[in-house]
Design a protein around this ligand. Structure first.
Ligand code: DLZ
Length: 194
């Protein structure tokens, strides 16, 4: 029996053709993180986002995600306004993305940013503190900045839960695909609703 869970079907008119998307991901639990990032990119490309318009940056762990999202967006705004610091912002935003081709790479501010991390519960209260602070901060940041911040943080009680949600175990599903789709939908709608 198929699951009743999931985001449903995206409107067929939604296209990422003109969107610029940032991904910032933690490196902690990299076995889980890599397929999630790949899944998010794969879905965005399938929805029309140009590879040159996807910027990927990394941080050590999930706790660093809110700060990184804030600064990444600010850097894209500086780059967009072509101020004197624009060149430095461009270097910063190059990240580990492929060399942008000047023909197609957009320099406008990001339409959406996906924050990807994987928290797995250990023996202490660390997990609870980081889950709470990161989720609350990412919500606040998207409302303060006025751009969609996609919550790509797995909060897992076991390794098995994380493997399943990265699509790495039997019957699992790669949630990165959903986050990529959410970024395209929300990036598009955020512009429409502006
Ligand atoms: C320290 C730590 C631990 C124990 N577990 C995780 C985890 O499961 N997932 C994750 O993304 N990060 C973890 N971290 C690192 C913290 O997020 C953060 O990078 C450090 O505390 C430095 O601020």
């Amino acid at each position: 029996m198929s699951s009743i869970k999931g985001p449903g079907t995206i409107e067929p008119t939604i296209s990422g053709n003109d969107l610029r998307i940032g991904i910032v991901h933690a490196r902690w639990n990299s076995t889980i993180i890599h397929p999630l990032v790949t899944g998010a990119k794969e879905r965005m490309l399938a929805l029309g986002v140009k590879e040159d318009n996807i910027t990927v940056q990394t941080v050590p762990g999930s706790f660093e995600l809110p700060f990184a999202v804030t600064r990444l967006y600010a850097a894209s705004q500086i780059q967009s306004s072509a101020s004197t610091s624009g060149a430095a912002a461009l270097d910063l935003l190059a990240g580990d993305a492929p060399e942008p081709s000047t023909e197609t790479a957009s320099t406008k501010p990001f339409d959406a940013i996906i924050a990807i991390g994987c928290l797995i519960k250990g023996e202490t209260m660390h997990f609870e503190y980081i889950c709470e602070s990161v989720s609350t901060s990412l919500m606040k940041i998207q409302l303060d900045l006025g751009i969609p911040v996609i919550f790509g943080v797995l909060t897992c009680l076991s390794d098995a839960q994380a493997l399943s949600r990265a699509g790495l175990s039997e019957g699992g599903h790669n949630h990165g695909l959903d986050w990529g789709e959410a970024a395209v939908e929300m990036g598009t709608k955020s512009r429409m609703w502006n």
